[in-house]
Design a protein around this ligand. Structure first.
Ligand code: AMP
Length: 410
């Protein structure tokens, strides 16, 4: 019986794994510069953690969660997002006693979406969160950090930052009522899918990609007009800081994000190089969420980025370039080769033993593996107790004693 992978999942190996690892390395490097500590949380949590906070009518809760009943009847869910588990973990482990609490995580998320390029049912996310401050510096720092990671990993890709403010919860509720009245009056101009969201989730209609929906949305009341003075000032402060840091952004009044917990600043880093799944990083403020989950009433802000989407845009990295390949021309020279193999591996050089015992096949294997050096061990080398070290890039070769090998592979 041949078992197929589950739809929307994928195995990560070879060049893709190199990319995955270099993303994680860069994320950890930048996290330590800005003093964020790593946290790993379980991939499943109590279903209640997600269903109420993400919004009963959000797409994630309505149709995308992998929820199952444990043997004791408890309802569990594979995490579809990272913010709520991070908050749960910070509360469970008293991490919010010392503020600000700045944490980050890297891990798998699960959503039962329709698979396509850049959209999977199991995918990996990077998540940064800052709990405990309403200071707009926290918003700026998180944007700066995201910008640094993306520009290092994707130096040649045009990425744009979209920005909006949702205001506080009260103004958002007022806006939702106004918007749904407008949408109800113009229901006939909306797509079937958007019509079904008018009552429960009118904000989601704002980021519909359907052209009829977009035409109507362009005439809808604007959220910015509902923001109070304080919220407007917060938004202006953020824009001013971005201007002075020369980080360009586009204001997008229809940017609302998919989950219910957001308020005030929301942002997305998008690119036109990916097709329809064009958001690399999305985030925002979620004042009130920490208290809702049983913690102190402190504000919070964070973002999540999709590792697979970044991988799709990265060039192949030639990480195996320093590889030292071994060409052993006959099995009887294995022992002699083993001394050299052990020596270079001990010094932490990447080594490759190809099991071919044939020069031509070894050379073609070395080529395939992108090796920089090849150490050849044949009759001649064996008889005089030496090794032929060849640089495959320059063509230079030397016949050397074992204690000289390392000086030729530097
Ligand atoms: P979200 O929590 O939906 O804002 O997602 C944050 C980021 O995770 C997105 O900007 C994407 O880069 C990534 N992402 C979300 N859903 C998926 C998915 N189904 N497959 C791959 N990446 C995803």
């Amino acid at each position: 019986m041949k078992i197929q992978p589950i739809r929307g999942t994928h195995d990560i190996f070879g060049k893709n794994l190199d990319k995955y690892n270099s993303i994680c390395d860069e994320v950890k490097r930048v996290a330590s510069i800005f003093n964020f500590s790593e946290i790993k949380t379980p991939i499943f949590e109590s279903t209640d953690l997600f269903s109420k906070q993400l919004g009963e009518s959000s797409d994630v809760v309505l149709k995308e969660m992998y929820t199952f009943q444990d043997r004791n009847g408890e309802s569990l869910t594979l995490r579809p997002e990272y913010t709520t588990p991070m908050i749960r973990a910070a509360i469970s482990n008293n991490l919010i006693n010392l503020l600000p609490c700045k944490i980050f995580g890297i891990g798998q998320m699960f959503r039962r979406e329709r698979p396509q390029k850049g959209r999977y049912r199991q995918f990996n996310q990077i998540n940064f969160e800052n709990f405990g401050t309403k200071d707009s510096f926290a918003d700026i720092e998180l944007i700066l950090l995201a910008n640094k990671i993306l520009s290092t990993l994707l130096p040649n890709i045009k990425i744009e930052l979209y920005l909006n403010s949702l205001g506080d919860k009260d103004s958002l509720i007022k806006y939702k009522t106004k918007l749904s009245t407008f949408l109800k009056e113009n229901k006939k101009f909306l797509s079937k899918e958007s019509q079904s969201k008018i009552d429960n989730n009118p904000l989601r209609i704002l980021d519909s990609k359907n052209s009829d929906d977009q035409l109507l949305i362009s005439k809808a009341p604007l959220l910015i007009e509902f923001l109070n003075k304080q919220a407007l000032k917060q938004y202006e402060d953020i824009k001013k800081s971005l201007d002075s840091l020369k980080i360009s952004y586009l204001e997008d009044n229809s940017l609302v994000r998919g989950l219910d917990y957001y308020c005030h600043t929301v942002f997305e880093f998008k690119t036109k190089s990916l097709g329809s799944q064009d958001t690399l990083i999305g985030g925002g403020r979620y004042d009130g969420l920490i208290a809702n989950l049983g913690g102190k009433d402190i504000p919070g802000i964070g973002w999540a980025g999709g590792i697979e989407r970044i991988m799709l845009l990265m060039n192949n990295t030639e990480t195996s370039l320093n590889l030292i390949h071994f060409a052993i021309l006959d099995e009887k020279f294995r022992e002699h080769a083993l001394f050299a193999y052990n020596l270079v591996a001990k010094k932490n050089y990447p080594v490759f033993w190809n099991f071919k015992y044939n020069l031509k096949k070894s050379l073609s294997k070395a080529n395939e593996a992108n090796a920089k050096y090849i150490i050849i061990i044949g009759e001649e080398e064996f008889n005089i107790n030496k090794y032929k070290v060849k640089n495959l890039i320059t063509g230079e070769q030397n016949l050397v004693n074992i204690d000289k090998i390392l000086s030729f592979v530097k």
